[in-house]
Design a protein around this ligand. Structure first.
Ligand code: 6PG
Length: 247
């Protein structure tokens, strides 16, 4: 069994600096990928943590907006203009601020009654390998809408699934592990003391993705604030602990 990858942990002073560093990394990755391939594909995270990062990204002058295609890591089964919609959050914090053309936004249609059909529809437009996936983490160790104990966490074929989870609203669409594992780069955002214990378990404990789905992204870069990093060992957070800290 191959050794678990060592996560790269970047610790920022507070949630504001996490947002700023995230926006900087997305802009940097987009520029590099557009130079290399002419296009940049990114799956956005939902929830509340990334909102400020999207607002800061929208203000940056160094982003090749016309070459970016936007996807989503997950979506709730609500109308696209519902306050619980991840798409609505991204529209308000990013798309509307940069007038991103509709053809470059690939929304998960959570409003469909048949969520399995919505999952298949999304799988058909999802690139085989996303350039960048932004993820959050819940206090139970979920990521996207892959929740502890869910069969979706163990999926090895499908790249998009319809799921029912404990976080309201329960019915959701989510990228499945094959889509996450195929991504060129993953960044996981974690802030706040409430997530410190589960983050430490995920990054230093035994590998059990069924119990801690965020461990699917152990090869990712975790951008965290001091509060979320409180229980992490110095080997993960001290300067020089990874190339991230040497950069
Ligand atoms: C969702 C998110 C979910 C989120 C985490 C963290 O649709 O709910 O995709 O995975 O990233 O629950 O949420 P917060 O950023 O609000 O803490």
């Amino acid at each position: 069994m191959s050794a678990a990858p060592t996560p790269r942990v970047v610790v920022q002073n507070d949630a504001g600096e996490v947002a700023d560093e995230t926006a900087r990394r997305i802009a940097e990755a987009a520029r590099a990928r557009v130079r290399a391939s002419g296009r940049f594909t990114i799956a956005l995270a939902g929830g509340t943590t990334p909102k400020r990062a999207y607002e800061l990204l929208a203000e940056r002058p160094d982003v090749p907006w016309g070459a970016i295609d936007f996807y989503f890591g997950d979506e709730r089964a609500v109308p696209h203009d519902d306050p619980d919609s991840n798409y609505r959050m991204a529209r308000e914090s990013l798309f509307d601020r940069q007038s991103i053309e509709e053809g470059r936004i690939f929304r998960m249609r959570g409003e469909l009654t048949d969520l399995d059909a919505a999952a298949s529809e999304y799988e058909a437009v999802l690139p085989q390998s996303l350039d960048f996936v932004l993820l959050g983490m819940g206090e139970d160790g979920h990521t996207a809408s892959l929740f502890p104990g869910s069969a979706a966490v163990l999926e090895e074929e499908r790249r998009v699934l319809a799921v029912v989870g404990p976080k309201p609203p329960p019915r959701r669409l989510t990228l499945a592990p094959p889509a996450l594992r195929a991504a060129r780069e993953i960044v996981v955002l974690v802030t706040g003391s409430a997530k410190a214990a589960v983050l430490a378990r995920a990054l230093t404990g035994p590998i059990d993705v069924h119990a801690l789905p965020v461990q699917i992204a152990l090869g990712a870069t975790f951008i965290v604030d001091h509060a979320a990093a409180a229980d992490l060992p110095a080997r993960l957070t001290s300067p020089g602990s990874s190339e991230e800290n040497r950069s």
